[in-house]
Write a protein that binds this ligand. Structure first.
Ligand SMILES: [Zn+2]
Length: 309
C-alpha cells in the first residue's frame, strides 16, 4: 500500500504538549522552530536548482517582518526534533510583500506541488491549511454568537462568553470516493468544477445518520443511476482543502446502463484499461486526463489498473 500524501509517519502531533503553555510560549521564541506560513489561503514555495521547496521561516525573519510580535500561531507538531508552528501571515504587511517579490517566492495552492514536496513539509502544510481555514471560519461561537479565542495550541476555539464557554474542535467532513467497475471497465465522470479534460472517480459528502456504504450507494445512484454491489474499503486520504477526509472504496456496478444527472455532473463514461493508459476515449475528443497524483482518486485508478498485471 502506497502511503497517502500529506500523512507523513515521521510527524508526531504531540497532542500532549497542547496544554503546556510554557512550552508553547517558549517554542515561538526559539531559533530552531520552523514556522510554516499560511498566506491568504495559499502557501509559499521557492524554486531552487529546478526543484520546488516550501518556504519555512525562522524567528529572525518573522521578527524582521513583525517587530511588534506575531499572532495567529498553531502548534502543528514535532518531526526530526524540530518543532513546527503554523503562522497566519495574511494581514497586509508591506515589508513581507516586498520580501516575497524580491525572493521570487511563489504563492500558490499546495495541491499544485504537494506530490513533489518533502513528505514532512507537505504534511505540515496540509495540516496548517486545514487548521487556519477552521480558525478563519470559526471566529464566533456557533451557539451564542460571542467571539471565540484560540487555545490548546490552536486545536480548540473557546467561546469568550463565560455563561456559554463552549469549546469548539477542528472539523473534518467525511466524503466517500469510489471507483465503480463493470467487468473489465471502470466508470469515471467529470464535474464542471474539474480542470479541463479531467475525469475522476465519483465522490460525495456523507450526510448525518448515514453509513459510508449508504452514502456511496446514494451518491452513485444520484449521479449516474447505477446500483452497486461488493463495496470494498480501500484507503483514506486527508484532503484539508479545505476540510475533507476522503474515504476510498471499490464497488461493482450491477449493470453498465448509466442515467446521468446533468445537474450533478457534466459527463461520465466507461473506460477500459487501454483507454486509461492511452488517455484516449472514443467519446472524448482530444483525449482526457486522470486526477492529480496526490489524490486518492488517482490511487484508486492506478490500483485497479495494477490489479490486472
Ligand atoms: Zn458561546
Amino acid at each position: 500500500m502506497i502511503q497517502p500524501f500529506y500523512t507523513s509517519s515521521a510527524i508526531n502531533r504531540h497532542g500532549d504538549f497542547r496544554n503546556n503553555e510554557k512550552f508553547l510560549n517558549t517554542i515561538i521564541t526559539e531559533k530552531d522552530t520552523k514556522f510554516i506560513p499560511f498566506y491568504n489561503g495559499k502557501n509559499l514555495f521557492i524554486e531552487i536548482n529546478e526543484n520546488i521547496n516550501s518556504v519555512i521561516l525562522n524567528k529572525f525573519q518573522l521578527h524582521d517582518f513583525f517587530p511588534n510580535g506575531i499572532g495567529g500561531t498553531i502548534f502543528l507538531g514535532v518531526a526530526n526534533d524540530f518543532n513546527y508552528v503554523g503562522i497566519d501571515l495574511s494581514s497586509p504587511n508591506k515589508k513581507f510583500d516586498y520580501w516575497l517579490k524580491e525572493n521570487n517566492i511563489i504563492v500558490d495552492d499546495l495541491r499544485k506541488y504537494g506530490a513533489i514536496l518533502d513528505d514532512i513539509e507537505a504534511s505540515f502544510l496540509a495540516l496548517s491549511n486545514g487548521m487556519f481555514y477552521w480558525h478563519n471560519t470559526h471566529k464566533f461561537c456557533g451557539s451564542c454568537g460571542f467571539q471565540n479565542f484560540s487555545t490548546e495550541g490552536g486545536f480548540v476555539m473557546k467561546c469568550s462568553n463565560d455563561k456559554c464557554a463552549k469549546s469548539h474542535f477542528p472539523r473534518t467532513d467525511p466524503a466517500i470516493i469510489t471507483l465503480i467497475s463493470f467487468q473489465d471497465k471502470v466508470l469515471l465522470g467529470r464535474s464542471p468544477r474539474f480542470p479541463d479534460c479531467m475525469y475522476s472517480t465519483l465522490a460525495g459528502f456523507v450526510e448525518p445518520g448515514e453509513s459510508l456504504e449508504q452514502a456511496l450507494e446514494r451518491e452513485v445512484f444520484e449521479e449516474v443511476g447505477i446500483k452497486v454491489k461488493n463495496i470494498k474499503y480501500f484507503n483514506s486520504q486527508p484532503w484539508p482543502f479545505p476540510a475533507s477526509l476522503m474515504l476510498g472504496f471499490f464497488a461493482e456496478a450491477i449493470n453498465d446502463q448509466m442515467t446521468i444527472d446533468y445537474d450533478e455532473i457534466e459527463d461520465a463514461q466507461w473506460f477500459s484499461i487501454n483507454e486509461l493508459k492511452s488517455l484516449q476515449h472514443p467519446s472524448i475528443k482530444g483525449g482526457f486526463q486522470l486526477p492529480r497524483v496526490d489524490s486518492i482518486a488517482r490511487r484508486l485508478v492506478d490500483t485497479w489498473i495494477n490489479s490486472f498485471n
